[in-house]
Design a protein around this ligand. Sequence first.
Ligand SMILES: C[S@@+](CC[C@H](N)C(=O)[O-])C[C@H]1O[C@@H](n2cnc3c(N)ncnc32)[C@H](O)[C@@H]1O
Length: 199
Amino acid sequence: MSQREFWNNKFSRDGFLYGLKPNTFIASKIGLLAKKSQVLCIGEGEGRNAIFFAKKEFNVTAVDASDIGLLKLQERAKEENLEINTLCMDLNHWEITHKYDVIVASYLHMYKEERSALFNKIEESLNTNGYFIGEFFSTKQLKYTSGGPKDEDLLYTVDDFRKSFLLCDKEIKEQVTILDEGKGHQGEACVIRVVIQKL
Ligand SMILES: C[S@@+](CC[C@H](N)C(=O)[O-])C[C@H]1O[C@@H](n2cnc3c(N)ncnc32)[C@H](O)[C@@H]1O
């Protein structure tokens, strides 16, 4: 099954699987970002981070493999009178045409073998001094029942981030936290949080 089919099936249900609020870690880093920055939200699903940034008057583009997720994002943006560009695409086929000041990702479960190409594209797509901010499930999440895939190849290690982003300043932390993100992420979890700045 493709990512599009898998996530379309999940997002076809009523409501917002990960809630309406942005990812707490990503939102907490807003103070680092210049006003009106160009923000790219990757693997953005139903759009909770994109809506948050658009409300703060950033210029937002959201990419996802799921057209149903992006449709829900656009419906919510319309209700809230916000403008967000959306692009339905498998990130394995991402071709760089634009540069961004900020790229964010929450719980983008890419396969291990897909990651270094993705990370290279993220680094290449950032303007100098731009930030990549993200939260991902650690491989240690397999012990927890708060959400995330039960396939180690879709989970991350600190090393995955350390060995990429060579021209960047990197803050990479693995930590146990409590998630409260809709029905999809509830309870104790082991996550990797990154703030990566292109030099
Ligand atoms: C766990 S959901 C997280 C959604 C959103 N970031 C959030 O936190 O609410 C994972 C998202 O990544 C997207 N995704 C997974 N693999 C992808 C790929 N190869 N290309 C584009 N999107 C992908 C899925 O469609 C889904 O929307």
